[in-house]
Design a protein around this ligand. Structure first.
Ligand SMILES: [Zn+2]
Length: 280
């Protein structure tokens, strides 16, 4: 499942390739209609996109927001297995292509999703470039510089939950999933099963720093592509931050910091990878 760094990589690629261009045609397949949310039909979505210029590409947590010159926003979420791929009309059709946005000049933006757990809908923000009501449940974005140590401390102090489940809770912090939660907690040297309310002030400080350092390193390496090969960028290329994972997917391998074997534990249906020796 792509997380903040992967979605931000795709966002920047789309900005470079498509912003400022006019959408000339929208094709949503029969199975693609399953991606549409809020009761919107393929025809309704297409009619709000065709002939509009893509004026900006934004990201909010794991969602992409495409602003149109009409003031509408096309919101997209990759779900479990969605991909956004740039193509030209002559390029071979990709199996599981659910929707195609064709732009003036001929380039296409293809939404490919084998499992159809992604979603797309058109929304209208209160003001152009503003938030959309459908995403009001999201917490502060994990990349947001307004997430200060003080603010994080206040957020943690109000929640009687374990750190791992909080970090992946999109209403607490938007944009982090299993991979980066594990990597962030390793960098901060705190265990995933610690209670948020029990962190010391220095642990909160380490957590705040780890959120920034892990996410910015992941973004610099264009995200993580796991063995399933599911996440790829706009041009179909894999990321390479997976080569720098310290704990995620490394059960039984030595901790890069202290050499103890990395353990994997499950709680509440969610597994975590961590070092039981140097994360406290
Ligand atoms: Zn260790």
């Amino acid at each position: 499942v792509p997380e903040g760094p992967e979605i931000e990589t795709i966002r920047a690629d789309i900005e470079a390739a498509f912003v400022g261009k006019r959408i000339t045609d929208v094709a949503i397949s029969g199975s693609g209609a399953r991606l549409l949310r809020r009761g919107q039909s393929p025809h309704q979505v297409a009619s709000r996109l065709v002939d509009r210029v893509l004026s900006s590409a934004r990201r909010r947590g794991k969602y992409l927001l495409f602003d149109l010159d009409s003031g509408d926003v096309l919101v997209a979420h990759m779900g479990m297995s969605g991909q956004l791929i740039a193509a030209r009309p002559g390029d071979p059709a990709l199996v599981h292509t659910r929707a195609v946005l064709r732009f003036a000049g001929g380039r296409e933006l293809r939404f490919v999703d084998p499992r159809t757990f992604g979603e797309m809908f058109v929304s209208q923000p209160a003001q152009p470039g503003g938030d959309v009501p459908e995403l009001a449940h999201l917490g502060i974005d994990a990349f947001d510089p307004l997430l200060t140590r003080t603010r994080l401390a206040a957020m943690l102090s109000r929640r009687k939950a374990r750190l791992k489940s909080l970090l992946v809770d999109q209403s607490f912090l938007a944009g982090i999933g299993n991979i980066y939660a594990d990597e962030i907690l390793f960098a901060a040297r705190v265990r995933p099963d610690r209670l948020a309310t029990d962190l010391s002030s220095s642990e909160v400080g380490r957590l705040r720093k780890a959120i920034s350092s892990v996410l910015s390193a992941a973004l610099a390496h264009r995200g993580s592509t796991l063995v399933d090969g599911q996440y790829v960028d706009l041009n179909g290329k894999a990321g390479n931050f997976q080569l720098l994972h310290n704990v995620y997917g490394r059960e039984g391998k030595p901790c890069p910091r202290c050499s103890a074997p990395i353990v994997r534990s499950s709680s509440g249906g969610r597994s975590s990878h961590f070092c039981a020796r140097c994360q406290n």
